[in-house]
Design a protein around this ligand. Structure first.
Ligand SMILES: Nc1ncnc2c1ncn2[C@@H]1O[C@H](COP(=O)(O)OP(=O)(O)O)[C@@H](O)[C@H]1O
Ligand SMILES: [Mg+2]
Length: 365
């Protein structure tokens, strides 16, 4: 009977600020699988970036600590060998991989590239969409191209800042004014982000953001409700009901997101039907604009003064514990956590198969 089950490689941990969150997600996901249908092979990536691979599981591991695979696990080369087993002719060890990683190296196209090289189906966005969804500037250019409204912004690299800081400050003041938001272009979880209300604060905020990235984006401040929607699918994606984030602090910073537990998620968001429908449509548009696949969470600002809907960002690997916005939005829409896992694995296989028959060489045989 074992052969009928699908083998899922669950990849979690990672050399990232969201290592612990990823472990919690993996523990929840592992507990929610239907083990009549799936077998799991756990792949843990340590904070140093080393891999550990465990044996085939037909039941979840008993504790979060066990997910670190301390005893008897295979090392990085064993993990890589297993990932590439379908290519090396040593028998296909995995049917699909499910990366539960956030941020750098997990959500930015790098690990997706590894799975592409190994010719493995994987859950979620491909290389391009992952990379685009990680870079706030590239993302904004794609949104603009799709005709989505967004806040005004400027951006510059650190070398350009070194050379022309005065011009950049002037441009921010002329085009955006105060207050404004300063962000590293490529991080998530509100890391490196600050609000500036005058030139002195702006300079500090820019210097701070450059500690985290070589490219910084500055945005006009928008006084808005934060509305998020879950997207699920490939070519014809569906949108969940929208939810609202009510932050415990002035804005949704790292503390408000992860530490104080006081921020609220209101699901579904209290929006009139027309506005809710519009947000769902725009969420799908945002997903398509980055060429998403599988899943994403699209985050919007709805201006308090005039109700205009602005896209803020998309997350191609949104928080995925059972208490995170994305799964809760789908639960409210009628898709349980376990059903969501089924659907995501199905979408990974569909995307893989659709690409299998593509030709990669020019010529007639
Ligand atoms: N332009 C802006 N105007 C007002 N608030 C903002 C703006 N940009 C970000 N914020 C606040 O900062 C939070 C984090 O910014 P965001 O761009 O979503 O970064 P991250 O990728 O880290 O989630 C948002 O959830 C929101 O509360
Ligand atoms: Mg955000």
């Amino acid at each position: 009977m074992g052969q009928d089950k699908m083998t899922v490689g669950l990849v979690y941990g990672g050399k990232s600020g969201e290592h612990e969150v990823s472990l919690q997600t993996a523990f929840a996901v592992m507990g929610a699988f239907d083990y009549n249908k799936y077998e799991i092979i756990p792949f843990f990536i340590t904070k140093k970036g080393e891999w550990r691979v465990g044996g085939r599981l037909s039941a979840p591991l008993a504790s979060l600590d066990k997910l670190k695979l301390e005893h008897g696990a295979g090392d990085t080369s064993a993990a890589v060998q297993l990932l590439f087993s379908g290519l090396s002719g040593s028998g296909k060890g995995l049917d699909v991989v499910f990366p539960l990683l956030h941020g750098t190296n997990g959500e930015d196209g790098t690990i997706q590239g590894l799975f592409e090289m190994a010719n493995l189906p994987y859950v979620g966005a491909g290389v391009l969409a992952s990379a685009a969804g990680m870079d706030k500037v590239v993302m904004k250019k794609l949104f603009a191209d799709a005709g989505l409204d967004q806040c005004k912004y400027c951006y510059f690299t650190s070398s350009s800042w070194e050379r022309n800081s005065h011009e950049h400050l002037q441009a921010v003041e002329d085009e955006l004014g105060y207050p404004c938001f300063v962000k590293p272009a490529n991080l998530g979880s509100s890391v490196g982000i600050s609000k500036a209300s005058n030139r002195e604060e702006l300079i500090q905020a820019i210097q701070y953001a450059f500690r985290y990235d070589l490219k910084v984006i500055v945005e006009e401040f928008v006084d808005a409700r934060e509305i998020e929607v879950g997207i699920l699918g490939n070519e014809e994606p569906l949108a969940s009901v929208p939810g609202e984030i009510v932050s415990s602090s002035e804005y949704y910073d790292y503390t408000a997101k992860y530490l104080d537990g006081k921020s609220q998620m209101i699901i579904p968001a209290e929006l009139d039907t027309e506005l809710a429908e519009r947000v769902r449509e725009l969420g799908i548009k945002a997903f398509k604009s980055i060429e998403g696949s599988g899943l994403c969470r699209a985050d919007f600002f709805v201006r308090r003064d005039n109700g205009v809907i602005l896209i803020n960002e998309v997350n191609t690997m949104p928080g995925f514990t059972p208490f995170s916005m994305y799964p809760l939005l789908w639960r409210e829409t009628g898709v349980s956590y376990a059903a969501l896992l089924d659907r995501l694995l199905g979408l990974a296989i569909e995307r893989f198969e659709a690409r299998q028959n593509l030709e990669f060489e020019n010529g007639v045989q």
